[in-house]
Design a protein. Structure first.
Length: 156
């Protein structure tokens, strides 16, 4: 019987990534033409790990850093989001296994400073962790977001 991979194994499984390729035609109406980097999961994790306490980063900033690193026009929006999700679950898995130096995934926000409901424990857990670091989380419409998140973003 085949065993499911752990989150950490998924994070470390880079397959043939990173890879830079032309932006697919179906994505060009939104993203334009040029090239797109499909990052390796560990690259997304590395950027997330680089965010110090009190600071924040958005998925778009991660995509921009990865595009710059690989001399691409954009970072893939789909895989970057998926790999951030995998990094978050791998971090919680590490925490359950007694590790203390885990990826601070809670500092990675969706665009507009919105908390990510798909992270471990949902927005409730991410809100708790952000508030422990001094951030104020507000509900705006149906989403939770960090108040004045722009003031806390890391430099690109």
């Amino acid at each position: 019987m085949k065993r499911n991979k752990t989150w950490k194994e998924k994070l470390l499984d880079s397959k043939d990534l990173p890879r830079v390729e032309p932006i697919p035609e179906k994505m060009q109406s939104r993203w334009g033409s040029g090239t797109m980097v499909i990052p390796a999961p560990v690259e997304v994790d590395e950027v997330m790990r680089s965010v110090p306490p009190g600071k924040l980063i958005t998925i778009n900033q991660i995509r921009a850093r990865l595009a710059k690193k690989h001399h691409a026009t954009i970072g893939c929006p789909m895989t970057t989001g998926i790999f951030a999700w995998i990094a978050a679950h791998a971090a919680e898995e590490d925490a359950r296994n007694g590790m203390e130096n885990i990826t601070p995934y809670w500092r990675t926000l969706k665009n507009g400073g919105v908390l990510n409901e798909k992270y471990p424990g949902g927005v409730t857990h991410q809100k708790e962790l952000l508030e422990k670091e001094g951030h104020t989380v507000i509900k705006k419409g149906k989403h939770y977001r960090v108040a004045n998140f722009e003031d806390f973003l890391v430099e690109d």
